[in-house]
Ligand binder design. Structure first.
Ligand code: MF3
Ligand code: CO
Ligand code: CO
Length: 277
């Protein structure tokens, strides 16, 4: 059964998703050549705490393993679930997937972007752009009355038409009180298959797209997923609420408060000082 969120659940999801997205974009601002993925992860932990949230990744258990970091930071050939390390320093030309999953008041928000470090090659830029677009194409299919396979097929068709490989071993998912709820949302598949989409579902849609082969493997750390051929991979993710009026992206950052010293805006100046002539 796919959980349907009620009014209160939706309000809580709005909160956790807004926090996740706000943390994500604060992290993005820190990405530059010379920073380590460990420092980014620590910044993620502090940002979540500053918003009254906690990492849903830290301690997340699969089998007997617990995830040891606060965010998933995946560089170049790393697809997802990369673990921040003082040894992994970002360099000009790298790309990094920042994947932030927070829990606030018992509800989870999950969102990711892939960010260039300095200037990247045209091939890699096209990979990142295609993955960003594939997420939007998938979200457009999250319509009440459609089926999950409509999302999967739209993503796969878009990505493969551009010559890239779409990862099959990992999927998007329902998200709510748990990080991974039903349904699974593959990024490949056939239209018209899978469960029917109803209003009030919260779905994490997350294409992972490879420059070369779609095949991936997991490193000896038990978490980091990398491309089988060592070529780069990109990843974007939103948590989406399904409604009768269409999909609504919940993982939108909150505008940051202006600094205390900020001057009044132009509008308020003209409104308070301009007299009619
Ligand atoms: N954020 C990931 C997702 O999109 C899940 C990370 S679980 C972790 O589903 F344990 F690897 F952190
Ligand atoms: Co995620
Ligand atoms: Co996810």
């Amino acid at each position: 059964m796919i959980p349907i969120k009620d009014r209160d659940g939706i309000a809580q999801m709005r909160e956790s998703c807004a926090i996740a997205a706000t943390v994500l974009y604060r992290l993005k601002a820190l990405v530059q050549p010379g920073i380590s993925t460990f420092d980014l992860d620590q910044a993620g932990r502090e940002l979540m705490a500053s918003f009254g949230a906690r990492s849903a990744d830290f301690g997340y258990q699969i089998g007997s393993r617990r995830f040891p970091a606060y965010t998933c930071l995946s560089v170049n050939e790393e697809v997802v679930h990369g673990i921040g390390s003082i040894k992994r320093i970002l360099h000009d030309g790298d790309i990094i997937s920042l994947d932030v999953t927070v829990e606030a008041n018992g509800y989870i928000g999950d969102t990711a972007i892939t960010v260039p470090v300095g200037s990247i090659s045209p091939d890699v830029a096209r990979l990142v752009q295609t993955t960003r677009e594939a997420l939007q194409i998938g979200i457009q299919q999250a319509q009440v009355g459609n089926r999950i396979g409509d999302i999967s097929n739209a993503v796969q068709t878009y990505v493969e038409a551009r010559g890239f490989g779409v990862v099959r071993d990992l999927v998007g998912h329902g998200v709510g009180r748990s990080m991974h709820e039903e349904p699974q949302i593959p990024n490949f598949g056939r239209r018209g298959v899978g469960e029917k989409i109803k209003a009030g579902m919260t779905l994490a849609i997350e294409p992972m797209v490879n420059l070369g082969t779609y095949r991936v493997k997991t490193l000896a750390d038990g978490w980091t997923v990398v491309t089988a051929d060592g070529l780069p991979s990109a990843h974007f993710e939103h948590t989406v609420l399904t409604t009768d009026k269409g999909p609504e992206i919940l993982t939108i950052p909150r505008p940051s408060a202006p600094p205390a010293s900020a001057p009044p805006s132009a509008i308020s100046i003209s409104q308070t000082t301009t007299k009619p002539v």
